[in-house]
Design a protein around this ligand. Structure first.
Ligand code: ADP
Length: 428
């Protein structure tokens, strides 16, 4: 039943260090408020007594350190209380990070010592990585730090649409409904929802992102001391594992948090044991983490793209634009899907250069593709440039040689060069 019918309101009493785990129904939103005591959602304190509305399908937990009474209005897919959570161990990690940030802040002129912790969260899919990253960021922001959130998960990113790696400073605890604020993140477009389509490009982009962040940190003592929290993909085997090591190395991570997998923890501990300044820490996965199958993931990706154009609550009004074929310069990166090295004869090299830039003629395949608008001024800057935003191709007319696309706003695109990958979207 939708919220607002008095029958649907009920109270839940939470003892200290317990949480209420909720899956909002697929049809109706859910309203919730804290009647007394204090509670938080993934690290962000909920304001007392004010009703908050959670959109359909959202999965979250209301956790209390000291006890609270919660009122919920609406029927849920599921909701239950749990008294066993890993929250104490998570907040202990936060305390250690906080101490390191204070130490970094105390020596602003020493280039090494002034660097706050760079935390990377790793683990299999559905181990609660994004959630832990979020908590660490919100707890840090609550204490006045401005940590940088780096999201390397191109399958299910929390900063922008899928297919991207991105970074953004977090200045306030993350809103439980709205998520990460979208103002001016630093975004690089891979264009695919798994790095395996072009592993080299993924590495190049991580490196570009790392270099830009390094420069930003050099000029900003506050964000330097606050450090980073890096979220990663759930792909932890084979090439996925190599990409984790690459990210740890490239972003100079100093704390590796391994969620829910003993084997990964022990592998990383062994391979990183010679790096004196890297701690590898094993943490328990929360029993509340909800597993998502391939179909649910695909749906979540589509929702993210929809949210980019239309807003979470349909509060944005994207604009349909028409351009001449000749106005658009579209490129793709790499010579199509590469044969994995393992599939080639011994000694043979894959022929297609994975970071080669290929101009794309307007063709039927572009229909329903999501393209990135690059900040590049010249084509050869495309790979090293971040992107301003995205457009979605909605119609291609070969007679009039015109292309119709959806953009967040009317007017000229913020850049001339567009990057194409394999990211598509179909309006539901
Ligand atoms: P990962 O990043 O490892 O794939 P997530 O952090 O995205 O995993 O968690 C998967 C899902 O589980 C998300 O929808 C998240 O909101 C939900 N979730 C995580 N922790 C809890 C919890 N304690 N209670 C309820 N839902 C949770």
């Amino acid at each position: 039943a939708p919220p607002g019918t008095s029958k649907t309101v009920r109270q839940v009493k939470l003892d200290k260090e317990c949480e209420l785990r909720v899956e909002v129904s697929p049809e109706y939103p859910l309203r919730l408020r804290v009647l007394n005591g204090t509670a938080e959602i993934f690290g962000t304190e909920i304001p007392p007594e004010i009703w908050m509305t959670f959109p359909p399908r959202l999965k979250f937990a209301v956790f209390t350190w000291y006890g609270a009474t919660i009122e919920i209005d609406g029927t849920t897919e599921t909701d239950y209380t749990a008294d066993e959570t890993p929250m104490i161990s998570y907040v202990n990690v936060h305390a250690v990070l906080d101490a390191r940030r204070n130490r970094a802040k105390a020596s602003p002129s020493d280039s090494d010592a002034s660097q706050g912790p760079r935390v990377i969260v790793v683990g299999p899919t559905d181990s609660g990585k994004s959630t832990l990253a979020r908590m660490l960021l919100s707890w840090a922001a609550k204490q006045g730090w401005k940590p940088t959130f780096v999201d390397l998960d191109i399958g299910q990113g929390s900063i922008t649409i899928p297919g991207c790696i991105s970074a953004t400073p977090i200045e306030l605890p993350i809103d439980p409904v709205e998520g990460i604020p979208l103002d001016m993140p630093l975004v690089y477009f891979h264009g695919h929802v798994t790095p395996s389509v072009n592993v080299d490009l993924y590495k190049v982009l991580v490196k570009e992102l790392a270099q830009v962040l390094e420069r930003q940190f050099a000029g900003n003592v506050e964000s330097r001391a606050s450090g980073m929290v890096i979220n990663t993909m759930g792909w932890i085997e084979g090439v996925g594992y190599e990409l984790l090591l690459h990210a740890i190395d490239t972003l100079n991570a100093t704390v590796v948090l391994v969620l829910g997998q003993e084997k990964l923890w022990s592998m990383l501990r062994d391979v990183l044991k010679n790096k004196a300044n890297v701690d590898v820490v094993k943490l328990h996965k929360s029993g509340g983490v909800v597993s998502r199958n391939a179909k649910v993931r695909q749906k979540a990706r589509a929702f993210r793209i929809r949210e980019y154009f239309y807003g979470l609550a349909n509060d944005l009004s994207p604009h349909s634009n028409i351009a001449n074929f000749s106005d658009l310069c579209i490129y793709r990166v790499g010579g199509g899907p590469q044969a994995p090295r393992s599939a080639l004869p011994v000694g043979a090299e894959p022929t297609a250069d994975p970071t080669r830039l290929i101009p794309v003629n307007i063709n039927q395949d572009l229909l329903h593709l999501v393209l990135a608008v690059s900040f590049a001024k010249e084509p050869d800057e495309i790979i090293s440039s971040n992107v301003a935003g995205f457009i979605w191709i909605t119609d291609i007319n070969f007679e009039s040689k015109k292309i119709t696309y959806l953009a967040p706003s009317a007017g000229n695109l913020p850049g001339k060069y567009l990057i194409m990958g394999s990211l598509t979207w179909y309006e539901p």
